[in-house]
Write a protein that binds this ligand. Structure first.
Ligand code: FAD
Length: 507
């Protein structure tokens, strides 16, 4: 491995003088097998890195980036948990940093202006952060993703969205400080006041400006229990009105979690009514559905936190008051009381199930996007009710978020309207030939994106994937100039995150 690295770095780069950084890289790193970084969760892209390095400290990351900077061709990709879909954490013939190696340290509680925060590594999984914060401090982060087998650095490079985002903003809005190693190989502590441009650039920055080695995350008291509920709508207009009302209620007055999804209005076990109940003891009874119901139904998913000591009458009163204001189909309601930790780890159970069925490691041609409230009814008419009326073999999420909770100084871009919806087509299907060809599903995603362009919808891809700079310019719109400027400032040689295919490595 070391000989191979030596050959590549110098053999392909006769202009660059041998240097100490590269030799120190070879002698001081642990290497992981290339195979761990040649694939990702999407299962549609593959690449062969030059080497996969295990950095244990920020100094190791500095060393790797500096070594790459002394060559004319090497790139560096931080790899979180490789849960990207389109090769975003890959580096063809470059260095991949397995950030999971940094997962253990730091892990430290501190109070800033009386507010609890925790410092964690960029390579920690959110699941690890949850478990350690609860067991050590009885405190937890406020904003989550649905699935917690993702790294802190990976989601902060995108946004990190779930049912708490309407209240606290994405995960990127719940971080007050970062430690970042730029593409020049310099390490900085950055926050709103100190190296602020690097701080804002890195949040939602698609890994373009630096490798996040530490993040300071805002905490709150850990709730004990969650009342978890699902109610059904046959009319999209009722669904969106209610969901939008719920996400605009002041904190303390509403639910703590608001999400929702679309299902086929039939008994298909993967796409229809059976996907709605939360447990095997619950059954969906379609008798209550109005005869006017169309090809799809909408399920609002809600949760209320409470303490173990709360009286159940208090919880019932608050839930009844809130549900009483909603227009869901009467007679169809599912609810359960679960431990907070079990609620947050709910997708872990889906993972176990999917692994057993062989659909976790199959290709995942997923599509994630944000669509403005102004276009969501048309989107429903054209996409949910027509193109996707039979489902996608997995959840189709659709729920509202508030733009006011997103910080415009961050790199991530969202639609212009005050309320926009996250749409996620989370396809879980058996690999071909048992399932449909992956290309066909990718083509369906592209047809949906094209429809949005043709109709002039105000939308943005979330976890974007483009291959031409023209498309990236369109994606960032009037923030493109700022994005390019930030790249020139923090990674002028375009060493970092080549798998995003935004910039090419400069010499
Ligand atoms: P990777 O895929 O390894 O990396 C993603 C990008 O970030 C790459 O460009 C990489 O180079 C860069 N990167 C990684 N680590 C760092 C770092 N430390 N510093 C700088 N750049 C870095 N997203 C949501 O918002 N909400 C959800 O509920 C949600 N659920 C998901 C469920 C599943 C099953 C899957 C597969 C994905 C889900 N996602 C969700 C998407 C997820 O947030 C992104 O795919 C995220 O990038 C994955 O994190 P990762 O740690 O695997 O990152």
């Amino acid at each position: 491995m070391i000989a191979y690295l030596e050959h590549f770095v110098h053999g392909n780069d006769t202009e660059s003088p041998p240097n100490d950084d590269v030799s120190s890289l070879q002698s001081s790193f642990h290497f992981a097998p290339n195979s761990i970084a040649s694939k990702d969760f999407g299962g549609m892209k593959s690449s062969t890195p030059l080497a996969v390095l295990r950095p244990y400290t920020t100094a190791d990351v500095v060393k790797a980036v500096k070594a790459a900077a002394t060559t004319t061709n090497l790139t560096v990709a931080a790899r979180g948990n490789g849960h990207s879909i389109n090769g975003q954490a890959m580096a063809e013939k470059g260095l991949v940093l397995d950030m999971r190696a940094t997962a253990e340290e730091p892990f430290q509680l501190l109070y800033v202006d009386g507010v609890p925060h925790v410092d964690v590594s960029g390579g920690a999984l959110w699941e690890e952060v949850l478990k350690r914060c609860v067991s050590n401090f009885k405190l937890v982060p406020r904003s989550w993703t649905d699935y917690l087998g993702l790294t802190v650095g990976g989601t902060l490079s995108n946004a990190g969205v779930s049912g708490q985002t309407f209240r606290y903003g994405p995960q990127t809005a719940n971080v007050t400080e970062l430690e970042v190693v730029t593409g020049k190989g310099d390490s900085f502590v950055c926050n709103e006041n100190q190296n602020s441009e690097l701080f804002f650039a890195s949040l939602g920055g698609l890994g373009q400006f630096g490798v996040i080695t530490r993040a300071r995350i805002v905490l709150q008291q850990a709730p004990d229990m969650v009342r978890w509920m699902r109610v059904i709508y046959s009319e999209f207009e009722d669904y969106t009105k209610d969901a939008e009302w719920l996400v605009t209620l002041p904190e303390g007055d509403g639910f703590d979690y608001v999400e929702g999804f679309v299902v086929a209005n039939n008994d298909d076990p993967c796409n229809g009514w059976p996907t709605i109940p939360m447990g095997s003891n619950q059954i969906f009874n379609p008798v209550c559905l109005p005869s006017s119901a169309g090809p799809v139904l909408y399920c609002l998913e809600l949760a209320l936190h409470y303490r173990k000591t709360a009286r159940s009458s208090e919880v019932n009163t608050k839930v009844d008051r809130l549900l009483g204001g909603l227009r869901f189909v009467e007679g169809i309601k599912f609810e359960d009381d679960v431990k907070y930790m079990d609620f947050l780890l709910r997708v872990k159970r889906v993972e176990e199930d999917a692994k057993a069925k062989g659909i976790w490691d199959a290709p995942h041609p997923w599509l994630n996007m944000f669509v403005s409230k102004t276009d969501i009814a048309d989107f429903d008419r054209e996409v949910f009710k027509k193109i996707l009326k039979h489902g996608v073999g997995g959840p189709i999420l659709v729920y509202p978020l508030l733009r006011s909770k997103w910080d415009d100084r961050h790199s991530v871009v969202v639609p212009d309207s005050n309320i926009f919806y996250i749409i996620a087509l989370l396809r879980f299907i058996p690999p071909p030939p048992k399932g449909p060809p992956t290309d066909k599903l990718v083509a369906q995603n592209n047809a949906i994106i094209q429809l949005c362009y043709n109709k002039g919808f105000d939308f943005k891809l979330y976890l974007p994937h483009y291959t031409s700079q023209e498309n990236w310019m369109r994606h960032f719109g009037d923030k493109w100039t700022r994005f390019v400027q930030r790249k020139q400032n923090f990674d002028p040689l375009a060493i970092l995150a080549p798998g995003q295919k935004i910039f090419s490595r400069n010499q």
